[in-house]
Write a protein that binds this ligand. Sequence first.
Ligand SMILES: [Zn+2]
Length: 105
Amino acid sequence: MLKDQLEKEISIANAQIEELELTTHVVSPENTLSDIITFENPSEDEVNKRKLKRVYMKKRKLLYLKDRLKNNFTFLCNGCGEEITLDRLLIMPKAGFCTSCAKNT
Ligand SMILES: [Zn+2]
């Protein structure tokens, strides 16, 4: 079930955020994400900040998908009618086709 998968992914993301916020001392995404600068050889702190940024983005997508589910939106493929996988939805939250149908169009 996509809903259960979403809940699971959200709690994983929350746990990762909590841990990374502690190690990087980043607390608010709005204020500090723009401060994250890329280096050729990133320090461990840099690596953690980048990881944290990715998790924030993932969580944002998960919450968006959860919100759509709550509004009774079903993530069914317009081609074959199968449910679109969470992996694909995380890459393309607005995907209308599953991976194999998208390939064949
Ligand atoms: Zn399909």
